[in-house]
Design a protein around this ligand. Structure first.
Ligand code: AGP
Length: 609
């Protein structure tokens, strides 16, 4: 949700920032801009549209000379996408420039105060308030002015600030929006995400809430809110640049789908030692687990859908009540949470505003929070009591695939880990499931090898206006994800229904030619799902069924087409069943000519409420 880059060094800043913005474009892409500082002041260029457009306007950066700069790619919150509302924003008078990610919640009061003091505003954004507030406090010391302004800004912000009086320095401040400092040699960097830093350096400092930093080409300093210098650790990013590039694939989404076997292997195998699940950093005791009244699984979008699958698996095995909650609902629902509740927060980015708020609320109420997170050093990873990382590597496409799959894998690990501690799983069952988990990468690979079949099915159905997904139990949980994936990137309307629920109203929408995709991998309820398939088929629906190889013949009799996945233990089936649905959404979107990696109106990481 908005990407920020900053550079200070001896090279020309603009081309570096344009490259950084391209890498961050998944965070928001309705407008883009850069500002550079040379001895002659600030030069700015910004425009509505993609970074490529900005790049053309500044001749790939050649037209903007200067070795210090800031760049921004926007996902609009306050003010529609337009040239005026694009960042960077200049203070009235043009001395200070700011790029911003987040929302200034008290912008209306601050704007009124500043207008009363004679400040003129040019955009509809909340950001212009931040830059003018800094300018208001500026009396020759930019760091001090930023600290003063930060005390008065409410909401969330990561800000990069340049001032023409100090052309060799960038100031940065963060609160509830990510900001990472990249440490180079004779040059330093600033970005919302390491993907923009990795071509230049792997040494990074994760800024924390309330911290303010100054960057010059020779040093980076970090201060607390009251300007006491803080000694920060430098972390080393382990993955390399190829992980954040398309590597010959047409889209990041497709690349990430294809990376799933490896991502699952990296997430699972280090945690299966000597045939047992061992998860670093977890020290739960049987007494603590037995004391639990409830486990909550909380997340947004696909991360929430992971929770829905995990609820079925955990409740079945652990016999502890497990609830799922959308993070945006959880925080305002007076949840029944106390020290006898374990809250599991799931988030790829670790920066989703609603999930952060849910985590903080759960902690406030006394619960322990365990997070499942992909991005190292992110807010949720840092603030939760326990963090189990998914090792999916950077996920760039807005539509999540490998993060979803690795999150699922972590929930299986946790289920087995808890079950063993609670003593509720027979040893042979445990061994069978550990084996099923270690076989997952191979089986996902087998499905990917048959992708042409899914491409063929997509070519039959890409013109549909409405698609229904039905399923029972874990298959129902999967329909939620399959339907979201399709909607998100192909813009086809679709609905996910528990198969038994359709006849309580929605079946009235089924008519000749309506496509119903039946998820029927949960063989235990196959007969029931087949009855539901027959009900819609006799009302004219076309049926595409996903099932396991052993049930293929049986479902073929009631389906127009079948996708068969390898047989596997029930618990891990969702990891297999989701892959054809990701491919289906991808190929449908491709046939419709959609912008797959950057679907309209969306952004990868939703850092506002
Ligand atoms: C899924 O394809 C979406 N892009 C979206 O639903 C996403 O899963 C959700 O916004 C949560 O993001 P997070 O995992 O980074 O918290």
């Amino acid at each position: 949700m908005c990407g920020i880059v900053g550079y200070v060094g001896s090279r020309q800043a603009a081309p570096i920032m344009l490259d950084g913005l391209k890498r961050l474009e998944y965070r928001g892409y309705d407008s883009a801009g850069i500002v550079v500082c040379s001895g002659e002041g600030l030069t700015l260029c910004k425009t509505k549209g993609y970074v490529d457009h900005l790049s053309d306007m500044v001749c790939n950066g050649d037209a903007l000379r200067g070795t210090v700069g800031l760049g921004h790619t926007r996902w609009a919150t306050h003010g529609r996408p337009s040239d005026e509302n694009a960042h960077p924003h200049l203070s009235d008078g043009g001395k200070i420039a700011v790029v911003h990610n987040g929302i200034i919640e008290n912008y209306a009061q601050l704007r009124e105060m500043l207008v009363a003091k004679g400040v003129t505003f040019r955009s509809e954004t909340d950001t212009e308030v931040a830059v003018n507030l800094i300018s208001y406090f500026y009396k020759g010391d930019l760091l001090k002015a930023v600290a003063e302004a930060a005390l008065r800004l409410e909401g969330s912000y990561a800000l990069g600030i340049l001032c023409e009086d100090c052309p060799d320095m960038i100031v940065a401040v963060r609160k509830e929006s990510p900001l990472i400092l990249g440490i180079g040699r004779g040059e330093n960097f600033l970005a919302s995400d390491v993907t923009a830093l990795i071509p230049h350096t792997r040494d990074v400092i994760y800024m924390e809430d309330g911290e303010i930093a100054t960057l010059t080409k020779d040093e980076v300093r970090v201060y607390s809110r009251d300007l006491v210098e803080i000694k920060k650790e430098t972390a080393r990013v382990e993955w390399d640049i190829s992980a954040a590039e398309k590597g010959g694939y047409e889209h990041f989404m497709f690349k990430e789908i294809m990376e799933q076997p490896e991502a699952i292997r990296k997430t699972v195998s280090p945690r299966l030692r000597g045939g047992r699940v061992q998860i670093e950093g977890l020290d739960f005791t049987p007494e603590y687990l037995k004391s639990l009244k409830k486990i909550y699984l909380v997340g947004c979008g696909s991360a929430y859908h992971v929770g829905v699958v995990a609820k079925y698996n955990m409740e079945k095995m652990l016999r502890i009540p497990v609830e799922t909650a959308l993070a945006s609902e959880f925080r305002y629902s007076s949840p029944l949470v106390d020290e006898r509740t374990l809250v599991i927060c799931i988030s790829q980015s670790g920066e989703t505003a609603d999930t952060i708020a849910a985590m903080r609320e759960a902690k406030r109420l006394g619960a322990k929070v365990l997070s499942i997170v992909n991005v190292m050093g992110s807010t949720i990873a840092n603030e939760s009591d326990y963090c189990v990382y998914t090792w999916a590597g950077p996920e760039i496409a807005v539509a999540t695939t490998k993060a979803y799959s690795t999150q699922l894998a972590v929930t299986y690990l946790l289920t087995l880990y808890f079950a063993e501690l609670l003593g509720v799983i027979p040893d042979d069952e445990y061994k069978k499931l550990v084996e099923a988990l270690s076989e997952l990468p191979e089986k996902v690979d087998e499905i990917l090898k048959n992708k042409e079949h899914i491409q063929y099915l997509a070519s039959l159905y890409f013109n549909k206006d409405n698609i229904f997904f039905i399923g029972r139990n874990i298959d129902y949980a999967l329909t939620l994800e399959a339907s979201l994936k399709l909607k998100e990137i192909s813009y086809i309307h679709s609905d996910a229904y528990a198969a038994g629920e359709l006849k309580h109203g929605t079946i009235s929408l089924i008519e000749d030619g309506t496509l119903v995709i039946a998820m029927a991998s949960y063989v235990r309820l196959l007969e029931k799902t087949i009855s539901n398939i027959v009900e819609v088929r006799s009302r004219g629906a076309e049926i595409l069924t996903l099932t396991t190889k052993s049930a293929e013949a049986q479902v073929s009799r009631v389906s127009d087409h079948v996708i068969a996945i390898p047989d596997a233990e029930e618990m891990v089936l969702p990891s297999l069943a989701v892959v054809p649905m990701q491919l289906f959404a991808y190929y449908v979107a491709l046939s419709r000519g959609c912008s797959i990696d950057k679907p309209r109106n969306l952004a990868k990481s939703v850092t506002v409420e």
